[in-house]
Design a protein around this ligand. Structure first.
Ligand code: NAD
Ligand code: ZN
Length: 254
């Protein structure tokens, strides 16, 4: 469990910072009831995410991929942001410069109030035409037996979730914005990411190399937690409120 000294060191770094970068992964939403991909409960009808969230799976069977995403989107709709999301939303209002880069597609950060945000892997609230790239809102639920694959209003192409799939390239602009911010951040708070996805892990280490104090909040150990200045070991929904309370009380001057 996390000790007092680590919490206080992290709180002090947060309170002294002017520019804060927050990176989140599936773990921030675990306490909202959304399973992480690699944790228990990450399976659907015996399939792993890596077998469904790919362009190949969509080309082979778009209806199956859509049934899975419709199921996930319905699950997310029943979940609420947790106290960890709430702290990150408060942080946005507390810093002169702030950026949240999330790998999550569940939309919970947006619902918690964050706007200065890049959704590196897209969002389950939007769809995109696989032919003409037009963006649209998430489709309405369907009845049993109806075709689950929505069509594009302009070109009749198959719509797909506006989500970055395994093997796809990051969209121009999203990664760049986060990397740019990593150069100026004084503090980088990483929450609930296993660091198996290279881009966010690199971003955290780059921020640290450029002078940011690196805090990792994760009940498990990852490549990021090994390098972090402080690893707070425990659930984000409990640790972030505690950390943020201490940061607000912490003296701001050296
Ligand atoms: P991951 O599943 O690989 O790792 C989750 C990490 O969260 C683990 O290191 C785990 O120890 C940690 N964790 C578990 N419970 C936690 C808690 N209560 N507080 C803090 N940390 C906790 O997730 P990832 O690194 O985000 O990578 C998986 C990929 O899957 C990402 O691309 C992401 O987009 C996607 N994904 C998204 C969602 C979502 O939108 N909520 C859910 C599952 C997967
Ligand atoms: Zn189209």
């Amino acid at each position: 469990m996390t000790d007092e000294t680590d919490l206080n060191r992290a709180a002090r770094a947060l309170s002294r910072a002017r520019a804060a970068l927050v990176l989140t992964g599936a773990g921030i939403s675990a306490e909202s009831g959304i399973p992480t991909f690699r944790g228990a409960g990450g399976l659907w009808e015996g399939f792993r995410a890596e077998e469904l969230a790919t362009p190949q799976a969509f080309a082979a069977d778009p209806a199956r991929v859509w049934r899975w995403y419709r199921w996930r989107q319905a699950q997310y709709g029943e979940c609420e942001p947790n106290p960890g999301h709430a702290v990150i939303a408060q942080m946005e209002g507390a810093y002169e410069r702030f950026l949240l880069a999330t790998q999550n597609v569940d939309g919970l950060h947006h619902r918690a109030g964050n706007r200065e945000m890049v959704e590196l892997h897209g969002t389950i609230t939007r769809t995109r035409c696989s032919r003409c790239q037009r963006l649209a809102d998430w489709p309405e639920p369907i009845e049993e037996g109806e075709d689950p694959v929505p069509r594009c209003g302009s070109c009749e192409g198959l719509m797909r979730p506006h989500i970055l799939w395994f093997g796809e390239r990051y969209w121009t602009g999203t990664l760049e914005r986060a990397y740019e911010f990593a150069h100026e951040a004084d503090v980088c708070l990483v929450v609930g990411t296993s660091a198996q996805v290279w881009a966010p892990a690199q971003m955290a280490l780059l921020a640290q190399q450029q002078g940011a104090f690196l805090i990792d909040v994760n009940p498990g150990a990852t490549d990021i937690s090994f390098s972090a200045d402080v690893h707070l070991m425990g659930p984000a929904g409990e640790l972030l409120p505690e950390l943020w309370e201490r940061a607000k009380r912490s003296p701001q001057d050296p």
